[in-house]
Design a protein around this ligand. Sequence first.
Ligand code: SAM
Ligand code: SF4
Ligand code: FES
Length: 345
Amino acid sequence: MLELIKKAEETHTLSKNEIVELLKDDQYNDELFKAADRVRKKYVGDEVHLRGLIEFSNICKQNCLYCGLRRDNKNIKRYRLKPEQIINFAKNARNLGYRTVVLQSGEDDFFNVERMTKIIKSIKQLDIAITLSIGEKTREEYKAYKEAGADRYLLRIETTDKELYEKLDPNMSHENRKRCLKDLKELGYEVGTGCLIGLPGQTIESIADDILFFKEIDADMIGVGPFIPNPDTPLKNEKGGTFELSLKVMAITRLLMPDINIPATTAMETLNVNGRLIALRSGANVVMPNVTEGEYRKLYALYPGKICINDTPAHCFSCITGKINSIGRPIAKDYGYRKKVMSKK
Ligand code: SAM
Ligand code: SF4
Ligand code: FES
């Protein structure tokens, strides 16, 4: 096993069987995390990039079985921020010191191309990078958002197991999800994707495929998070993913993709009070604190136990910067684009 970790650290390649072996054996987890931390330090440095997350609508036309925002969930109060509110939250984030905002929502058709491009253009004037995470769109829409000033896009593949994906995401097609990621890459976005760990029916072999898929499409950012069952969804009685396995998938991803951006995900902190710091010491170099204001944080309820639901953007900013500094890591002051040491292109 130590040989495999060494090989991954030195060559940044592993076969599917080797990834499966690493994922199945927990004896050398500490060595794996340390190796991922070394690779992180060598390729992307000690700086941690903060991205301010604005959750601007919890209205969704999709019905993903795992997600609290799914269309059929009637136990959730729906909201949609006004464009001026979104721009204001971005302004406040900029004033706190963020150099990137992430605009995330359910698939809400109210935010059509006209409305969305206006918002993007206004926020862009604040001299801040923009990441969108608003789901599956047409190539033309993605193109319009890019031209309006969006820099990055987050769209998790969730799982590369097509059958499982289409079971858990009714009426969505795995082909279309992959088409979206390809279009985004071709249009010049920095592309973030990732997967959920612990979905019912997911195998270790398919998780190994997920990691190889990230590498194959040369993703610029990978977010790995545990699936946390939501009591208001059909998957309420499922077990969900573990912190340890999510961390291992993240660490192996770092070994195989040394120069990408990897967030310490919020869902990891939900399962472990020090989850984000542990992730930052096991390969991660990005944190996405919430900059949504007021009651909306609570209403953006993907899963139970979400952190920071009663906190303010200013509080979260000082909390997380303090924690990051406490492990000897500085906060980056630039926009945080991928450093592209290893890219194929
Ligand atoms: N609607 C967009 C989409 O699906 O890409 C963006 C918002 S969606 C809420 C963001 C991410 O939340 C999804 O990619 C999914 O991985 C994650 N998510 C949803 N339900 C979850 C759950 N129960 N546990 C952990 N993560 C979850
Ligand atoms: Fe909607 Fe995204 Fe949740 Fe699926 S994961 S129900 S697309 S918000
Ligand atoms: Fe929100 Fe710590 S990051 S309270």
